[in-house]
Design a protein around this ligand. Structure first.
Ligand code: DQA
Length: 161
């Protein structure tokens, strides 16, 4: 079904965007990034809500509650949790909503420990390396795939004798 509302989650230290390692993450603040996300969502005709937390449990709670809150998909930058949080991975695998993993930097071209994502195998897909545009591309992907609920009639099973 077409996506009506998306949740955007920013993980730890992303509240420091603008001043945090600008050579890696750029000069845009989190408020700037959220404004770009909101504008883009408006153009796509999708409602969006952006949230940030430095706490793993809070991100798990938001993932678990997303469907109940009416969101059809999630764009998430898990920050450093990307590389080791089995709790976030399990939440993504459990919820049944499409989750697009996004990163400002190209994690695959950075330190060895950043090249592995424990989230990627259970996410619907990953966008990395495009700065704030990564979030917009993540929203585009959600808009194209919809909320994961198929509108097609279920296929009839062929009875074998
Ligand atoms: C990040 C990449 C992570 O390795 C890092 O810990 C972050 C930001 C990114 O957006 O490029 O906090 O997720």
């Amino acid at each position: 079904m077409p996506l009506r509302a998306a949740l955007v989650l920013h993980g730890p230290n992303l509240n420091l965007l603008g001043t945090r390692e600008p050579a890696v993450y750029g000069r845009a603040t989190l408020a700037d990034v959220d404004a770009l996300i909101r504008d883009h969502a408006r153009d796509l005709g999708i409602k969006v809500e952006c949230r940030q937390s430095n706490t793993e449990g809070q991100l798990v709670d938001w993932l678990q509650g997303a469907a109940r809150e009416g969101f059809g998909g999630i764009v998430m930058n898990p920050g450093a949790f990307t590389h080791y949080s089995i709790a976030l991975r399990d939440a993504v695998a459990a919820i049944g909503l499409p989750v697009i993993e996004v990163h400002l930097s190209n994690i695959h071209g950075r330190e060895e420990f950043r090249r592995q994502s424990v989230i990627a195998p259970v996410a619907r897909g990953q966008v990395a390396g495009f700065g704030p545009l990564s979030y917009l591309l993540g929203l585009d992907a959600l808009a194209v795939i919809g909320d994961g609920v198929s509108t097609r009639a279920p296929r009839r099973r062929v009875r074998r004798r």
